[in-house]
Design a protein around this ligand. Structure first.
Ligand code: FAD
Length: 343
């Protein structure tokens, strides 16, 4: 039988707003489990701009996307929130008693008294290669991530892309694979200069083939087993590259994903909420951050933080309907000091 993880609140999405939601719930004495489809916390901050400076977080004149994430993780440490990373929330079902059951792509189940959707612009998925034969090969001979590098031992492989992931894997699999061909649609790379320099060395030494300004237009395959790629170079003839595997690193693109199927009142990519509780059309399900929509909504981190604070108060009130939830200051409240683990 599958184990069900029980908690007060499940938070879908570990971006900055989901992380701060843990804090606001923790101050009110509520336990949370947070789930994200990507293997790191931080959402857009860690996925899209880890090294870029943010200037509009109140009282922090400047911090990078990664620093903001690290500080949020530090701030929520006292609350012992369960971190469930690298798994997508696929199902949300309301139970007869008004509680919720959620299921993830890894087969985990959660039971919660309330749910906060902090899904941002959706869950990040690898951008797919669009070429004849690609779908048949996906998961068989064509992959969007590397699970076990030894899988490529003594094989001829193609790596597609021109960012850090593509170059990191060229460098890591060089010496494991029999031969690597890097195929990139441009001749400039969005990768660490040191990686580009190393790639050029390997290319000059004839250890890696590089085809630039090129795209894969077709894959020759049988039952998903790849034999070669057709590569079209800009302004040139098509060439055939014999390989048994292709690794594609075209970056990650957000998709609303399973959230669209949960019966919520949604627009194309956002969920409608009220501005008192940030509750969705399903009582007990709240939405904060980039994913919600209300008159005057601005997709800014500081707005998401405010939403998380009010959602936490609304959840506390929902779970304890007979008691008035008072505002207490972290500066002076003994109960908050206890929850924060400070003297
Ligand atoms: P996100 O950061 O998008 O995180 C949502 C998370 O939910 C993702 O990790 C996703 O994988 C996960 N998720 C979604 N669906 C599921 C599911 N079904 N199961 C599991 N996980 C799921 N804002 C500012 O205020 N100041 C700035 O200076 C600023 N600069 C920016 C610069 C750039 C280049 C970009 C792209 C954005 C910038 N923003 C800035 C916007 C800011 O990053 C967003 O407002 C913020 O990230 C929203 O946080 P969030 O927690 O709502 O969502």
């Amino acid at each position: 039988e599958r184990r069900v993880i029980s908690t007060d609140v499940v938070i879908v999405g570990a971006g900055p707003c989901g992380l701060f939601q843990v804090f606001e719930l923790g101050l009110l004495g509520l336990k949370a489990e947070i789930i994200d489809s990507i293997p790191r916390p931080g959402g857009q901050c860690s996925e899209l701009y880890p090294d870029k400076p943010i200037y509009d977080i109140p009282a922090i004149p400047v911090c990078t996307g990664d620093e903001l994430t690290q500080n949020l993780l530090k701030q929520i440490e006292p609350f012992g929130c369960g971190m469930n990373l690298g798994e997508e929330v696929t199902e949300l079902a309301v139970q007869d008693d008004g509680s919720f059951v959620l299921a993830t792509s890894k087969g985990k189940q959660f039971s919660a008294k309330a749910v906060v959707i902090a899904g941002g612009v959706g869950s990040f998925q690898p951008r797919a290669l669009r070429a004849e034969g690609a779908e048949a090969c996906a998961g068989v001979s064509l992959h969007y991530s590397v699970k076990d590098p030894q899988q490529y031992k003594d094989r001829d492989i193609a790596i597609l892309g021109g960012g850090d992931s593509a170059l990191d894997w060229v460098l890591a699999l060089q010496g494991v694979a029999r031969h690597i061909t890097l195929i990139h649609r441009r001749d400039e790379y969005r990768a660490m200069p040191a990686s580009v320099a190393r790639l050029r060395e390997l290319q000059t030494a004839g250890q890696v083939d590089v085809i630039e300004n090129a795209k894969v237009t077709a894959i020759e395959e049988e039952n998903g087993v790849m034999s070669s790629l057709t590569v079209q170079v800009k302004g040139g003839d098509a060439q055939t590259v014999a390989v048994q595997n292709a690794l594609v690193f075209f970056g990650l693109a957000p998709k609303l994903g399973p959230i669209a199927d949960w019966g919520l009142d949604i627009n194309r990519k956002t969920i409608n909420v009220d501005t008192e509780k940030f509750e969705t059309s399903i009582p007990g399900v709240y939405a904060v951050g980039d994913i919600n929509q209300y008159p005057g909504k601005k997709k800014l981190i500081l707005c998401g933080f405010h939403e998380a604070a009010l959602a936490a108060f609304a959840i506390k009130q929902r779970l304890e309907p007979d008691r008035k939830v008072h505002v207490q200051y972290t500066t002076t409240s003994p109960i908050m000091h206890e929850r924060l683990g400070v003297e």
